[in-house]
Design a protein around this ligand. Structure first.
Ligand code: TXA
Ligand code: MG
Length: 327
């Protein structure tokens, strides 16, 4: 494994060319997107894709997102491209939105876990876009972490989680969005939200009308929306959600029982070690959430008390990640 520093705005052409050569030869390259770091492989090469599943310990039933450089490249992978896809792609790409659509046969079954649909997106990060334009191959990339655990928002998170199983890590520092993309299924007619993110349901509904929400699933049964497991996106520590006014007493009780306790707060009145204060604004909060959870895990916290975030549709992505992490 090699970790290379890359400028997040103007990545070195030489480093990008090296990463592209590795992708073409079936190797794994971790790279930054605007959301989280991805673990990339040639999406058209089944054995390269297989290496992603092994490196992550990812169950074979959970399909991957395919990343491309632009809308045209996305359409080339898709059998039926509905009006809603055209509208959302034009509005939000490059950006943190993934569309699930009927796939063309060129996409290997390993990428889609044998589903007839494929998830595609155009990421908004200069390093990801440079790599995609250079390699001219669609790149399958899940988040670059061991399955079920917290997604990485820095190169060193990737290194700690996956280590030697990655051939190259392009390290461009922290990712700006900080939680995974919004996933919308357009493969069965009516749009369905499979995973909330920072692009909110009202923003999408303003353009294409009503969006249904997929139900969560428990257990290892085959599923239409395979990533909808209850526990996911989780730190090592046990997560407890609490209202702002209850945080001090809960943290106090945990500290007295000599548990190593961390806290992530917005307004709660709290002093002491391992307290991370995040902004009362969803984009700022989302961009720092995983970094805070990773840091509290690193500090050896057994319990992390997290102040409940506001209601409101724009917070849905953050609320979803917190409730899964606490599940
Ligand atoms: O922001 C992101 O989306 C990041 C960056 C790297 O792009 N990627 C990411 O990938 O979060 P991953 O593999 O951790 O999550 C992909 C999600 C999973 O919930 C998966 O089940 C769902 O997308 N998915 C992929 N293909 C699908 C399909 N054909 N049908 C339904 N859901 C699908
Ligand atoms: Mg993931």
């Amino acid at each position: 494994m090699v970790r290379v520093d890359v400028d997040p705005v103007v990545p070195s052409a030489e480093v990008i060319a090296r990463a592209a050569r590795l992708i073409r030869s079936g190797r794994l390259v971790a790279f930054p997107t605007e959301t989280v770091y991805g673990l990339g492989a040639n999406a058209l090469d089944p054995s390269a894709v297989e290496r992603i599943y092994i490196a992550k310990g990812r169950p074979a039933y959970n399909p991957l997102i395919v990343h491309v450089a632009d809308v045209t490249a996305a359409r080339n992978l898709i059998r039926v491209w509905p009006e809603e896809a055209e509208i959302l792609a034009n509005a939000f790409w490059p950006g943190p939105l993934t569309l699930v659509l009927p796939k063309r046969p060129m996409i290997p079954d390993a990428v889609t876990a044998n589903l007839p649909s494929v998830a595609v997106r155009v990421p908004l990060h200069p390093v990801a876009l440079a790599l995609l334009s250079e390699v001219e191959i669609p790149i399958a990339a899940p988040s670059a972490n061991r399955s079920m655990l917290l997604s990485p928002t820095t190169g060193s998170h990737v290194e700690k989680s996956l280590g030697e199983s990655v051939d190259l890590i392009l390290d461009a520092g922290p990712t700006p969005v900080g939680i995974e993309s919004t996933v919308i299924d357009l493969s069965n007619g009516d749009p369905v939200l499979l995973r909330p993110g920072t692009i909110s349901v009202p923003q999408i509904e303003a353009l294409i009308g009503p969006v249904a929400t997929a139900r969560r699933i428990s257990g290892p049964t085959p599923r239409a929306s395979p990533g909808m497991l209850d526990r996911h996106y989780a730190p090592r520590a046990r997560l407890m959600l609490a209202d702002a006014t209850d945080v001090p007493s809960i943290v106090g009780a945990q500290r007295r029982s000599s548990t190593t306790v961390g806290a992530i707060v917005i307004d709660a009145v709290l002093e002491g070690a391992n307290v991370s204060r995040l902004p009362r604004e969803q984009l700022g909060y989302a961009s720092r959430l995983y970094g805070a959870l990773h840091a509290l895990d690193e500090a050896g916290c057994d319990v992390i008390v997290v102040e409940r975030v506001p209601e409101g549709a724009e917070w849905l992505g953050v609320r979803d990640r917190l409730s899964r992490a606490a599940s």
